[in-house]
Write a protein that binds this ligand. Structure first.
Ligand code: GUN
Length: 285
């Protein structure tokens, strides 16, 4: 039986609609428009596309997009100064520094300099720590997008076996924490995992976030599993995920396509985080 296709585009559109309504209510109540600052260093073509979409979507839901595009040769100290300026700017509710950054710049140093209240990527040590403790904070967008898709599909996570492939700060680790908070039994696999397929085959919910094209095939998917593919790998033939879609779809109950699965959710959740950051700043004075 062929798997159900999880339509991330449709779910993301619904989230954006909800955010748009909530933004209008916020503007009415607070008398100001939330602003998202994006920082794109250099001219990486993929990052240009992503940031362009983020900016367009920000404006589409009625928020302000503030954009900075320093040259790839910028020094770390200069970029830190820009982040500090955005931290101080009252018109800026969210700050997104698109990753990856050029080699001369420490990503950790830049991310750590972002005011946690404006950290709409949820990547600062403060927000990562809040998530680790299960306390409220700003949660990374792709992981919350994954959870939104699972909720939309009505996937019961209580006691479920969830396997996450990948342990990045941006996706693997935070999605594992969210699944754990939802009372799943969570296993995190990575490049040293001994028998990847056998571990993945335990999963009721399989989340792939490693960036290796079609790493997981039919042998990695349990009959009836829900497969969430976060991978976005650019091959000559086009974009492919970390999961071999055709093969996995033969056994899975439901699966996200690439593109059109998790990708659109990331931006939708970014908009949601920006509004949340604006609300937190306004109510905490
Ligand atoms: N690069 C790839 N994905 C992301 C993301 O979600 N946020 C940031 N800042 N950079 C990224």
């Amino acid at each position: 039986m062929a798997a159900r296709i999880i339509d991330g585009k449709a779910v993301a559109a619904a989230v954006r609609e909800r955010v748009k309504v909530d933004v209008a209510a916020y503007v009415e109540e607070a008398g100001r428009v939330p602003g998202l600052a994006t920082v794109l260093v250099g001219e990486d073509p993929a990052s240009q596309v992503y940031v362009g979409m983020k900016r367009r979507n920000t404006e589409d839901v009625g928020m302000r997009s503030i954009h900075h595009e320093p040259e790839a040769s910028i020094r770390e100290e200069e970029l830190l100064e820009l982040v500090r300026e955005l931290n101080e700017d009252d018109d800026v509710d969210g700050i997104l520094v698109q990753l990856p950054l050029p080699a001369q710049i420490s990503e950790n140093a830049i991310v750590a300099a972002i005011d946690p209240r404006k950290d709409v990527d949820g990547l600062t040590p403060i927000n990562a720590g809040l998530l680790a403790h299960g306390d409220p904070g700003l949660v990374p967008c792709t992981p919350s997008g994954v959870m939104e898709l699972l909720a939309h599909e009505g996937v019961g996570l209580e006691g479920a076996e969830a396997v996450v492939v990948g342990r990045s700060k941006l996706v693997g680790v935070p999605v594992a924490r969210l699944l754990l908070q939802a009372n799943a039994t969570v296993t995190v696999c990575h490049s040293r995992t001994r028998d990847l397929d056998a571990t993945c085959r335990r999963a009721d919910v399989l989340v792939a976030a490693v960036g290796v094209p079609r790493l997981l095939g039919k042998e990695a998917v349990k009959e009836g599993a829900i497969v969430i593919d976060v991978g976005v790998n650019r091959l000559e033939e086009g974009l492919v995920g970390d999961v071999d879609y055709e093969a996995a779809a033969e056994v899975a109950a439901a699966i996200t396509p690439v593109p059109g699965g998790v990708g659109p959710m990331t931006i939708a959740m970014l908009l949601d985080n920006t509004l949340q950051a604006a609300r937190m700043r306004t109510t905490s004075g």
